[in-house]
Design a protein around this ligand. Structure first.
Ligand code: ADP
Ligand code: MG
Length: 865
C-alpha cells in the first residue's frame, strides 16, 4: 500500500458525503464506523499518529453533530488535513516540545494564535486570591479503571443503527453468564471480596440486586460539541486529541494535571486534581471528554472532565451518564463499569414477570430493556419509559400484596357488635355538642363495620381538630354496650391523659347497659406505680374495666383483656407497624380503628391503605375561627415578639418552634436550647419560658408539657416535637422560626396546636426564603387552612414524601415509583385488581415468576398481621 491509499480513499468518501448533503450516508454505518476500519490502515501508512488521531476525532464526532453547517466544517477540516498529509512527509511523532502544536491546529481556527498554555499553570502555586482556579478536592477514583470492554472489538461490530445505538451500547453479548441472576456479585470479574463488601452496604448481594441498584441521578453528556462551539456552563462531550500534558505540585502533596486538547476546530484546556489522570491519558491520542464548560480568564476550560478512550465503550462519556448512590470506596466510574457488564450480559435474560397482556395494555417496555435503559439510557425519552416501567412494577407488586393482605384479613371472624339507633344515640346524646355531618358519616360507617362478623379495619382521616376522638369514643361504647372491652392507644402520656379525661367526662352520664354500673375507664401509662398497675391489670383481665386508655404501656406483655373487641390507635403514624399489631393481638380478632390527622388524597389512600377502609372527616366543628397565618421575615422578628407579649398580657400562651435542638448543628439555623436561653435573658426576662425538645427523657417531656398545659409557662420554646396532637386551648399563637425548613404537613400540624379554644389564634412563620419550594410552601400555608387542600398542593409540589412514607404504612419501600405519580399508580392498581379477580393466589402457571416477585417485594415490608 502506498502512503496515500487510506487518505485518498477517505477523500473520496468525504467528497461523496459533501455531495449527498452531509447525511452521514456516504459510507455504510456512517463515518464513525468507518473511522475504526480506517484508523488501522492509516496508521500502517503513516507515522504521523497525531494527524491520524485528529482525523479520527473529527470522524468519530461527526454523526453526533447533526447540524449540516457544523458537519460541513468538519468535512472541510478533515479534507484540509488529508491534503496536508498527502503533500508533506510525515513528521516524527517523537521529540517535539510540548508547546509546539501542530501547524494545522493553529491555523484551523480563528482564535488568536497562541500555542503556549494559558497562564493558569504558570503562576506561583497556591497563593489564595491570585486568581487561580479553586483547587477542587480530588475525586476518589480507582487507579485501575476496569472497563469492561477491553476485549470488545473496537468499532468493528456492524450495525446500521444510528449513533445513539452504536456498538458500545449494543456490544456483542459478553461471554459471562454461565451462572444465574441469583449468583453472587463476586462472580463478576472485577468484583473482589473488598468491593463485594462495599456493595453489600448498598444492599447488593446477587447479580439481580446489582441490576436493581439504580442510579439516583444522571448527568447528561449526550450533547456533543466541537470546541469552537462551546458555551460557558454547558454540559457537553467533546472528542479531542491530547496535545500537551503537564502536572505540577500545588502544595501538601496535591497535584494539578493540566492538558491542552484540540479537535481541529480549536483547543481547550483541562485541569484535574487527580494525579491518576496522568496515567490514563497519552499525548497524541483522542478521547471523549465530558464535563461542564467553565472559563478561566475568558478562555474556556474544563475542570475535572471525565474521559474515555475512543476504543472503549461509552459508559460515562458522550451519553446520559448514570450516577450511583455513593458508598465509601466505590466510585461511580467503577460501579458503572461493573454495571455495564452486568446489564449487557444479563439484562436480556431477565425473565419478565409481568404477564404479557398486562405489559401491553399499559404500554410498557420489556423488563430487560427497562433495566438496561435505566442504567444506560439512549436518550431522555427512553429513560422516562424505563422509569415508568419500573415504577409500574413496584405499584403493581405493591397492589397485589395489599389485595392479598386484605383478603386474608377479611377471611377471619370477629365478634359482631350489633347496635341500633337508640343504642348509638344513648352515647351521642350525652356529648355536649351535636356531631358534625362528617362525624356522623364516619360513625355510620363504623357502626356498619362493627355489626358484621368480619373484623373492621378502618382508617379515620380527619384534619387536626376535626373531632376524631368523639367518633372513636362511640366505637368504644359499642364494644362496652355489647359486654366486651375497648382500648385506645395514643403516642404520648399527655395525649393519653387527655383522652382519659375527656372519656371520663363523656361516659359520666351513661350507665353500662349490661352490668348496671357506670362505664369504667382506666389509664395505663409508664408513670403508674407498680401497685396501681397491678390492680388495674387485674381489673382489665376480669372485665371490671371497660375501656383502657394508654400509651404503649398498653401493649406490654402483662396486659390482658377479658375480651377486647374494639382497638383504636390514635395518631397512628406515630406508631410502628409492630406496635399497632401488638395492640391488635390483645384481642382474639378485634375490630380495629386507626386514626390519623395526616391527610392523604383519596387515590393514594386506596393504595397505601388498600387493606383498610377509609373514612374521611372533612368538616370542622362549627364556630371555629380560622387561624390567621402570617409570614414575616427575620427583620420583622421583633414584631412577632411584641405580638407574643401582647397575647401573654391578655392571659394567653404561645409556642415558639425552632428547627434545631442545639446551636452549631447547622450554621445560621436557630436552635431551641440557645434561643430559650437568649429569649429569657434579652427578650422575655419577665415571662415564664418552658423548653421542650427530643433530647429530654420521656417523663421530662411530659412534665414540661403538663406544666405548659396547666398554665405554668407563658411561652413554650420547642423543636418539631410539639407536632403531635396535644390540646392546650389557652395557647393562641405559634411562632415558627426557619419555617421554610419544615414540610408543609408538619407546618400544618404545628399550626394545629393553636386555635383549639374559643380565642382567636395566630400562626407566625418566620423565614427569609425568597424563592423555591420553601417560599411556595409558606405561601400555600398563608392562604390555606384546609389540611386536605394542603396535602394536594404538597403532592403536586414535591411528591408525597412529606406526608407519608410507605414504611410507616407497613408497606415495602418503593425504590423507583413515586407516590405522586398518580397516573402510573392508577394504571397499576387497575391492572392488579383485574389480575387478582382472576387469580387471587397467583397459582396459574404463567404467574409463577410474578408470585415470586410479589413475595420478594413484600419481604421488605414490616410484618403487619
Ligand atoms: P382531633 O380530630 O384533632 O383528634 P379532637 O377530637 O381532639 O380533634 O377534637 C377537637 C376539639 O373539638 C375538642 O375540644 C372536641 O371536644 C371538639 N369537638 C369535637 N367534635 C365537635 C363538634 N361536633 N362540635 C363542637 N366541638 C367538637
Ligand atoms: Mg386527636
Amino acid at each position: 500500500m502506498t502512503a496515500n491509499n487510506a487518505f485518498t480513499r477517505l477523500s473520496k468518501i468525504l467528497e461523496l458525503e459533501r455531495k449527498q448533503g452531509y447525511r452521514n450516508k456516504a459510507v455504510i454505518g456512517g463515518l464513525d464506523k468507518l473511522a475504526g476500519r480506517w484508523e488501522h490502515d492509516a496508521r500502517a501508512e503513516t507515522s504521523d499518529d497525531t494527524a491520524v488521531s485528529e482525523i479520527m476525532a473529527l470522524m468519530l464526532g461527526y454523526p453526533a453533530l447533526d447540524d449540516p453547517t457544523v458537519r460541513e466544517r468538519i468535512i472541510e477540516k478533515i479534507l484540509a488535513r488529508v491534503d496536508a498529509m498527502s503533500g508533506a512527509p510525515a513528521p516524527s511523532a517523537d521529540g517535539e516540545s510540548p508547546a509546539e502544536l501542530p501547524a494545522t491546529v493553529k491555523d484551523a481556527t480563528e482564535r488568536p494564535a497562541e500555542p503556549s498554555l494559558p497562564p493558569i499553570i504558570k503562576p506561583t502555586p497556591s497563593k489564595p486570591g491570585n486568581g487561580l482556579p479553586e483547587p477542587l478536592p480530588a475525586p476518589r477514583q480507582t487507579p485501575r479503571p476496569e472497563t469492561l470492554s477491553t476485549s470488545a472489538p473496537r468499532a468493528e461490530t456492524q450495525t446500521t443503527e444510528p449513533r445513539t445505538k452504536d456498538p458500545a451500547r449494543r456490544p456483542a453479548r459478553t461471554e459471562l453468564p454461565a451462572f444465574g441472576l441469583e449468583a453472587d456479585v463476586t462472580r463478576l470479574p472485577s468484583v473482589g471480596p473488598a468491593q463485594a463488601q462495599k456493595l453489600e452496604k448498598l444492599g447488593v448481594h446477587s447479580i439481580r440486586d446489582l441490576l436493581y441498584l439504580l442510579p439516583h441521578r444522571y448527568e447528561d453528556y449526550s450533547q456533543f460539541r466541537t470546541i469552537d462551539r462551546l458555551r460557558h456552563g454547558e454540559q457537553v462531550t467533546i472528542i479531542a486529541t491530547v496535545w500537551k500534558i503537564e502536572s505540577r505540585i500545588i502544595g501538601e502533596g496535591r497535584k494539578m494535571v493540566t492538558a491542552v486538547v484540540g479537535d481541529g476546530t480549536g483547543e481547550i484546556m483541562m485541569t484535574w486534581f487527580n494525579p491518576y489522570i496522568e496515567r490514563q491519558i497519552q499525548r497524541g491520542r483522542a478521547y471523549r471528554f465530558s464535563g461542564k464548560i467553565d472559563n478561566y480568564r475568558g478562555r474556556p476550560l474544563m475542570r475535572n472532565p471525565i474521559l474515555e478512550s475512543l476504543d472503549k465503550q461509552d459508559i460515562n462519556t458522550g451519553r446520559i451518564r448514570p450516577i450511583y448512590p455513593q458508598t465509601e470506596g466505590l466510585t461511580t466510574n467503577w460501579l458503572s463499569g461493573v454495571m455495564k457488564k452486568a446489564v449487557d450480559a444479563w439484562g436480556e435474560d431477565l425473565p419478565d414477570f409481568l404477564p404479557e397482556d398486562v405489559r401491553r395494555q399499559a404500554d410498557l417496555m420489556p423488563l430487560g430493556e427497562a433495566l438496561s435503559q435505566i442504567h444506560f439510557p439512549d436518550n431522555q425519552l427512553r429513560l422516562e419509559q424505563a422509569h415508568r416501567r419500573l415504577s409500574f412494577d413496584e405499584f403493581f407488586l405493591l397492589q397485589l400484596g395489599v389485595l392479598s393482605r386484605r383478603k386474608t384479613f377479611r377471611d377471619q371472624t370477629a365478634k359482631p357488635l350489633p347496635s341500633d339507633a337508640p343504642l348509638v344515640a344513648a352515647f351521642v346524646d350525652t356529648l355536649p355538642f351535636p356531631l358534625t355531618g362528617a362525624q356522623q358519616r364516619a360513625l355510620g360507617e363504623i357502626v356498619g363495620d362493627l355489626g358484621r362478623s368480619q373484623p373492621m379495619s378502618r382508617l379515620v382521616q380527619g384534619d387536626v381538630g376535626s373531632g376524631k376522638t368523639a367518633v372513636a369514643a362511640a366505637a368504644l361504647w359499642l364494644a362496652v354496650a355489647n359486654g366486651a372491652q375497648g382500648a385506645i392507644m395514643a403516642p404520648t402520656e399527655i395525649l393519653a391523659e387527655q383522652h382519659a379525661r375527656s372519656f371520663t367526662k363523656m361516659f359520666a352520664e351513661i350507665a353500662h347497659p349490661q352490668y348496671q354500673r357506670s362505664v369504667r375507664i382506666a389509664l395505663f401509662t409508664g408513670r403508674m406505680s407498680q401497685g396501681e398497675r397491678d390492680a388495674a391489670l387485674a381489673e382489665l383481665a376480669n372485665g371490671d374495666i371497660d375501656i383502657a386508655v394508654g400509651t404503649h404501656a398498653l401493649i406490654q406483655e402483662d396486659v390482658t383483656f377479658r375480651e377486647l373487641a374494639v382497638a383504636v390507635v390514635d395518631e397512628q403514624h406515630r406508631f410502628g407497624v409492630e406496635q399497632r399489631a401488638a395492640l391488635r393481638q390483645k384481642g382474639i380478632q378485634p375490630h380495629v380503628l386507626v386514626m390519623s390527622a395526616t391527610p392523604i388524597p383519596r387515590s393514594l389512600a386506596l393504595t397505601l391503605y388498600g387493606d383498610l377502609d377509609v373514612s374521611v372527616i372533612d368538616e370542622m366543628p362549627p364556630g371555629r375561627t380560622p387561624i390567621k397565618t402570617k409570614w414575616l421575615t427575620s427583620v420583622q422578628r421583633e414584631r412577632a415578639y411584641a405580638f407574643i407579649r401582647r397575647q401573654v398580657e391578655s392571659g394567653r400562651q404561645a409556642f415558639m418552634v425552632y428547627p434545631l435542638v442545639e446551636e452549631g448543628e447547622q450554621p445560621d439555623v436557630l436552635a431551641a436550647v440557645t434561643e430559650h436561653e437568649r429569649l429569657g435573658r434579652e427578650v422575655f426576662p419577665d415571662l415564664r419560658l418552658g423548653l421542650l425538645h427530643g433530647r429530654l427523657k420521656g417523663d421530662e417531656k411530659d412534665t414540661v408539657m403538663r406544666a405548659f398545659s396547666d398554665g405554668e409557662f407563658d411561652v413554650l420554646v420547642a423543636t418539631s416535637i410539639v407536632e403531635v396532637g396535644i390540646d392546650v386551648p389557652n395557647a393562641t399563637v405559634i411562632v415558627i422560626e426557619g419555617a421554610e425548613r419544615f414540610g408543609l404537613a408538619q407546618l400544618h400540624q404545628f399550626r394545629g396546636r393553636v386555635g383549639r379554644g374559643q380565642h382567636e389564634s395566630y400562626c407566625i412563620l418566620l423565614s427569609d426564603a425568597d424563592a423555591g419550594d420553601g417560599a411556595q410552601r409558606l405561601q400555600a400555608l398563608e392562604t390555606n387552612n384546609d389540611g386536605f387542600a394542603l396535602a394536594q398542593i404538597d403532592l403536586e409540589m414535591r411528591g408525597p414524601g412529606d406526608f407519608f412514607g410507605t414504611r410507616q404504612s407497613g408497606l415495602p419501600p418503593l425504590q423507583t415509583a413515586e407516590l405522586g405519580d398518580l397516573r402510573t399508580l392508577e394504571l397499576a392498581r387497575a391492572a392488579a385488581q383485574r389480575l387478582f379477580a382472576e387469580d387471587p393466589h397467583l397459582t396459574h402457571p404463567d404467574h409463577q415468576e410474578l408470585a415470586q416477585q410479589v413475595a420478594a417485594f413484600w419481604s421488605g415490608a414490616a410484618d403487619q398481621s
